[in-house]
Design a protein around this ligand. Structure first.
Ligand code: G4P
Length: 532
């Protein structure tokens, strides 16, 4: 009887599984410490031995698989997958966005699979250009954003300047949850405003161990003795000024992406990371209801299974030359071998070989729940945005495509390879590596949001399809979708193309040209995303 009870306890209901899940991404400008923070989060999640893989992946010092030769050669992370780890009773799915200077639509789309985002800032620089771009994608989706200001062990900007920077640059209210005690050589720890606790930082070499934490109240006389008088006074003053703000912290506004709670720490030394993780789990929401096009909403604990494809990756494993579709589960329980319908194809498929990824390692999974990411070996079946379901099909809003910011004419350089050239262009565009357009003169134009997408495209066309090509830069800097009837209203200064679905798109030479055109023609509607 007792045995039965305890085994029953271990079986979690679908609702329990959903409540303990957090699907999130870290958004950051390169070098802010995303790899380091990811590693440290995994360390607390008990994946210590695996944590090194995150860095290995970045440094390319050792990799087990040889897929994406270019990634290896250039030491950059082109692909995006998810890392799953447990902490306390929560199951965290960290969507891994590339940390390279150049970024791509892939990075944007990955954010579609996240329920919240950690915005990581370098305390010496504050909000940087890439942070702004990624922030706006999160903002558009109205997902909650939690700010972690990193590198407090290094000389940092004044915390008030940092808070102000977040508020003014990103137009979001920022509420400190921690307040730092100094920075750089004088960094003494953080004060937890909610719990009225001081967490002291002790320098440890290497940063490979959990940071020692000792806790006492703000009135602890030892606190005064730890800091020089000036630092102590400015710290106390800072706390006085920000502590009232805490009562203004409104959970609903936070969940709607209108307020960001702010934490301070130092990922490299582990300091503040576990404190942050605990609070993150309280704040970040589990998978929520999803608004549908028809007006209703999809409830994650529905008995019916549903999921959508947010990323395709071809040739992940050279041995198998397979294509993997990354799927975010939105409702119901996933079980290996289940039959689901693919909405676009109006066809049933059996999901017999689902895989979970940890960096580049994969393992088969038997069950998964809303908030989880699974990889499906995809023999050219799936497209980005595909909906998988049992029961009735949920009419999700389509995944947005983003207006490219650079364009090039694609010229095949080996006429003997035209067939594989066309195949490669089609498959790589389907995968979302670049967007393809056609121009009036019949040539193929590719568009991307970052230069890296072009390089990856060109490399993969050559490497995987043996179809070399030349890219001729067109010299346009932004694009917008337009209405068919407005085509004639653009001058020869702008270039009109057609996207894969024949929708008209206009290319502008510069942001300035776009701005002056819209100011001069307020009646012409232009769109950042394609219709549909
Ligand atoms: P990224 O993925 O966002 O690009 O950043 P990454 O974690 O690689 O960190 C960038 C650099 O910043 C690394 O130094 C890393 O060690 C350092 N760093 C990360 N967090 C902290 C922190 O809290 N404090 C300090 N002082 N440094 C931090 P690097 O010299 O480029 O690389 P490495 O030789 O340390 O690996």
């Amino acid at each position: 009887m007792e045995e039965n009870l305890s085994s029953e306890k271990k079986i979690k209901s679908l609702e329990d599984e959903i409540q303990r899940r957090r699907a999130f991404a870290i958004i950051a400008h390169p070098d802010a410490g995303k790899t380091t923070l990811t590693e440290k989060l995994l360390l607390y999640g008990g994946a210590i031995q695996l944590a090194g893989h995150v860095r290995a992946r970045k440094d390319r010092k050792s990799t087990k698989s040889d897929w994406m030769t270019m990634e290896k050669e250039r030491g950059i992370s082109v692909s995006t997958a998810a890392l799953q780890f447990e902490y306390e009773d929560c199951c965290l799915n960290l969507l891994d966005t590339p940390g390279h200077q150049d970024f791509s639509e892939d990075t944007y789309r990955t954010l579609m699979a996240a329920d919240s985002a950690v915005m990581l800032l370098d305390a010496s620089s504050g909000v940087e250009p890439q942070t702004i771009k990624l922030f706006h994608v999160c903002r558009e989706r109205k997902i909650p954003i939690i700010t972690f200001i990193n590198k407090m062990d290094m000389p940092a900007l004044d915390p008030f300047v940092l808070i102000d920077d977040v508020e003014k640059t990103l137009n979001i209210s920022a509420t400190p949850m921690f307040w730092p005690m100094g920075s750089g050589q004088d960094f003494k720890g953080v004060y937890d405003l909610k719990n009225n606790m001081v967490h002291r930082y002790e320098r440890v070499t290497g940063g490979a161990y959990r940071a020692p934490d000792s806790v006492s109240g703000l009135d602890d006389p030892e606190l005064k003795s730890m800091m020089d008088e000036d630092l102590y006074h400015s710290f106390r003053e800072g706390v006085e000024l920000v502590k009232d703000g805490l009562s203004d912290f409104d959970m609903e506004l936070f969940l709607a992406g209108e307020i960001t709670p702010v934490f301070f720490g130092s990922a490299i030394t582990n300091f503040g990371v576990e404190l942050f993780l605990k609070r993150f789990l309280e704040l970040a929401p589990p998978p929520a209801e999803i608004n549908l096009k028809s007006g209703g909403s999809l409830i994650p604990k529905s008995e019916d299974f549903s999921a959508f494809v947010f990323k395709l990756q071809a040739n992940m494993n050279r041995m198998h030359r397979d294509r993997v579709a990354f799927v975010r589960i939105t409702s119901g329980k996933f079980e290996r071998g289940m039959n689901v319908s693919v909405a676009r194809l109006k066809k049933q498929v059996k999901l017999s070989s689902p895989v979970a990824f940890f960096g580049q390692e994969r393992s088969t999974i038997d069950t998964a729940f809303p908030g989880d990411i699974i990889g499906l070996i995809n023999p050219g079946l799936y497209q980005i945005g595909d909906i998988l379901y049992t029961g009735t099909v949920p009419d999700f809003h389509p995944l947005p495509r983003y207006a490219p910011e650079m364009f090039a004419r694609l010229v095949p350089t080996d006429t003997g390879k035209l067939k594989s050239f066309r195949k490669g262009v089609t498959e790589l565009s389907e995968e979302g590596v670049v967007q393809t357009f056609s121009s009036q003169d019949g040539s193929t134009i590719i568009g991307a949001v970052g230069q890296l997408q072009f390089e990856v495209f060109q490399f993969r066309l050559q490497d995987e399809y043996q179809a070399p090509c030349r890219l001729e830069n067109l010299g346009y800097e932004c694009s917008r979708w337009i209405k068919e009837e407005d085509i004639k209203k653009f001058s020869s200064y702008d270039l009109i193309l057609r996207d894969e679905k024949e929708n008209p798109v206009v290319l502008f030479k510069s942001d300035f040209r776009l701005k002056s055109f819209t100011e001069a023609n307020p009646e012409i509607e232009i769109f950042e995303h394609p219709p549909g």
